[in-house]
Write a protein that binds this ligand. Structure first.
Ligand SMILES: *Cc1c(COP(=O)(O)O)cnc(C)c1O
Length: 305
């Protein structure tokens, strides 16, 4: 149950837009994009889907501090900072990095009131220890731990709602694709598809090298999920790019008017495009791509511009 005092929905349900490219013009498949990037400029996409029930649960339990973690360009840190300001939750962010970095994303986090702590990579590895020591010096805070990327059991419920929203429109898709970092979003979609008995094949595109681990994460979070992983589209690893990815993004953005970026949604669309080219899909298949948002990371991608 949602607390009606708060607008937990922002701009959801999100719209679904048809996407045409040179390739879809030549093919019988059709591609659609569910625009979770339009939920909110800075609490965008799957980050809000994941935080929604974590925050709702915190407010219900009178917990008003969240301690969380991320890299210097983390979409999750910014989403948490901004949502924290809206829902009156104090936000503490541990930033992975050797020194006090400064960039537009962290500046926005600070502007929204997040208290940033910079820790080196070895300290960052033990997030629970960082949380425990923060709690020891803030005993009255009733702080809640939220892992990097918003990975949390309650995050699944919010992601499952993506499937509910699709079902409510009456539209049916043969395939749903999403980009994977931790695999939490994919697990939520798998749960939604299984529990709503929808006949859609679910696909994940890991954005990190060695993406098979995503499969284990998803099975841990939701053992009954069915999904396929396409692990060949990481372009060298997390936040790594190659000229052909950047060229693809430039072409897609200028021709569709929809912003995608090199870390997640660019790799996702590239993968879908390649699969169309390789005749992976059956004739007349309808493909839904989830735009998971996170557009601020693009500000640090100087090689794109
Ligand atoms: C964090 C993020 C993801 C990864 O989601 P997981 O649930 O961690 O797999 C995908 N896309 C965008 C834009 C993100 O910011």
């Amino acid at each position: 149950m949602l607390n009606s005092t708060f607008n937990f929905s922002f701009n959801s349900p999100t719209p679904t837009h048809a996407i045409t490219t040179a390739l879809t013009d030549k093919s019988t498949v059709s591609v659609y994009m569910k625009r979770d990037d339009l939920i909110h400029p800075f609490i965008s996409g799957n980050k809000w889907r994941k935080l929604k029930y974590i925050f709702e649960n915190m407010l219900r339990n009178d917990q008003h501090t969240v301690v969380t973690f991320g890299g210097a360009w983390s979409n999750h840190l910014l989403a948490t900072a901004c949502a924290g300001a809206i829902f009156k939750i104090r936000t503490i962010g541990f930033v992975r990095g050797e020194e006090q970095v400064s960039n537009p994303v962290l500046n926005l986090c600070k502007l929204y009131g997040m208290e940033l702590n910079y820790v080196d990579r070895s300290a960052y590895r033990d997030k629970k220890a960082l949380f425990d020591s923060w709690k020891l010096s803030n005993l009255n805070a009733k702080a809640v731990f939220v892992d990097e990327g918003g990975a949390h059991p309650l995050a699944l419920i919010g992601c499952e709602e993506i499937i509910e929203e699709i079902k409510a429109t009456g539209q049916e898709f043969d395939h749903i694709f999403c980009a994977c970092g931790t695999g939490t979003t994919l697990a939520g979609l798998a749960k939604g598809i299984a529990e709503h008995e929808i006949k859609t094949r679910l696909h994940g595109v890991p954005v990190l090298a060695g993406g098979d681990f995503i499969g284990d994460t998803v099975r841990e979070l939701y053992p009954d999920g069915l999904f396929e992983l396409h692990t060949a589209y990481h372009f060298g690893g997390y936040a790594k790019t190659k000229p052909e990815l950047l060229d693809f993004i430039r072409d897609f953005v200028s021709k569709s008017g929809i912003l995608i970026e090199p870390v997640y949604t660019g790799k996702l669309m590239y993968a879908v495009n390649q699969l169309i080219e390789q005749n992976f899909f059956a004739e007349n298949d309808k493909i839904l791509v989830l735009h998971t948002g996170g557009m601020t990371g693009i500000l640090g991608m100087h090689e794109l511009f």
